[in-house]
Write a protein that binds this ligand. Sequence first.
Ligand code: DQA
Length: 151
Amino acid sequence: MPDLPLSVLVLHGPNLNLLGQREPGIYGSLTLTEINRLLEQEALKLQAKIFCVQSNHEGVLVDTIHQAWGKHQGIVINPGAYTHTSVAIRDAIAGVNLPSVEVHLSNIYRREDFRHHSYIAPVAIGQISGFGAQSYILGLQALVHHLIAQS
Ligand code: DQA
């Protein structure tokens, strides 16, 4: 067992600050604050600490990933639209080499073709897509179990 609590960075990408009002038929009706609260509750059960950050800016997301090194043991990331465009976020995750789980509220493979490719997936330990807010919970569980198994 590692020294508890494990510390996990939860990173939310662009437009996720609009959850609740943003296309609820696709993304559900929970706000980001409500999702973060659910994650806090799950983290408590898992005896982990989480730090939640949302940004609409690619560079801020890259900086936040860099700052995670030495501070957090892993990352749960919903990169939003940057999933499909950002080599910089992919390289940041590869650069810090922290175990990362990619999560999506919607099932990106049931949607438009441009959402079928993820630049992040090859540098993530796994991906969870399509379970709404539950994707984040499953992602956190998977990451913590992975970190415990690795220790
Ligand atoms: C998303 C899926 C992306 O394609 C989209 O651009 C988002 C949200 C999801 O959580 O389902 O912003 O990452």
